[in-house]
Design a protein around this ligand. Sequence first.
Ligand code: NAP
Ligand code: MG
Length: 404
Amino acid sequence: MAKIQMKTPLVEMDGDEMTRIIWKMIKDILIHPYIDLKSEYYDLGLPYRNETNDQVTIDSAEATKKYGVAVKCATITPNAARMPEYNLKEMWKSPNGTIRAALDGTVFRTPIIVKGITPYIPTWTKPITIARHAYGDVYKNTEMQVPANSKCELVCTDKDGNESREVIHTFGDTAGIIQGMHNTDKSIASFARSCFNFALDTKQDLWFATKDTISKKYDHRFKDIFAEIFEAEYKEKFDALGIEYFYTLIDDAVARVIRSEGGYIWACKNYDGDVMSDMVATAYGSLAMMTSVLVSPDGVYEYEAAHGTVQRHYYKHLKGEKTSTNSVATLFAWTGALRKRGELDELPGLMNFADCLEKATIQTIEEGVMTGDLYLLSSLSNKTKVDTEEFLVEVDKRLKALLA
Ligand code: NAP
Ligand code: MG
């Protein structure tokens, strides 16, 4: 069979530990035999980030802006323990943070649903994609503990030196706490555009919720910016696709989400997204089955798995033991990126390959062949636990059949 040809390169960001091992297996078993892979390779593994003083991360983000599509392996965000382990010059920042800042992007996380692994909310038969606004609010706040009998105010000094003031609280005979936080119209608008674009891209409704009835200026600004951008730039496109932008209060949204069957994107303010993404991910069953894509407001896509480098499995691997690490989310990062590349370059063969590879992966699990994490969760009566590599070989058997 002739290999599928590509036009534009895919930006490939390699990573660390067990996911780096999986990365190579996926390429060797499932990509190279079928595709004449054109990729611009960046090694974001910690040793090379350290060697290049993290320049490689910045370069990979720039390449992503240039080519429009990237696929990323999980990477270590160094902490104190990693300093001696990798003999680091500095505690390098999270690559994901660097790339997100460079692309001004929003992260969308979607669970992969398979028969045999029932969400804790059994009515969630379709995925719920969470988009978290990853800038500002309480994550960039300023806080104080204040003594009793203090008067606390918000003061804004404009560029001409004019002051405007609002009293936060006048404390009586008790001490207390205050907090100042901010967001910017620009960041909120980027978030909104990323969400609207992703809804169009995936043909799903978009939900957004804040507490604008209580926060009449702060949260209301989010609501207004979303509404203005939607009306001006997206309404017609949504109508043409028959999808909807739906705004409601955050507490109403939570109630509706629980009652829903899934199948939409839920855009969340920073704190709501932090909390709700963990709740939704847990309810769907497994972090190893959660995909993630960073979407910029101008339509650049970076695909990855939501989980980390699976360090514990890597140490087993280093000792020569077989691991049973789940490669599904990393595989879906590859299929997401290949499909998007195919779409942008009008290569139906590449898009079809991505579809078949996803189908083969799901089929493998639904036929009872799975890694240890899923084996523990699956309700299938006839199931087999396989190791990391065996799973990919099983997927390949089914892929061959689907492509034939
Ligand atoms: P993790 O790699 O997500 O793994 C945590 C645990 O979850 C694992 O020990 C494993 O449980 C289970 N797990 C996660 N993914 C799995 C998979 N694919 N297959 C099977 N089990 C899986 O998180 P971590 O161990 O806390 O972090 C390790 C490193 O990853 C850290 O250096 C962190 O900085 C980095 N990280 C990177 C990203 C990213 O690049 N996007 C995201 C998060 C974390 P058992 O051990 O019980 O089997
Ligand atoms: Mg969280």
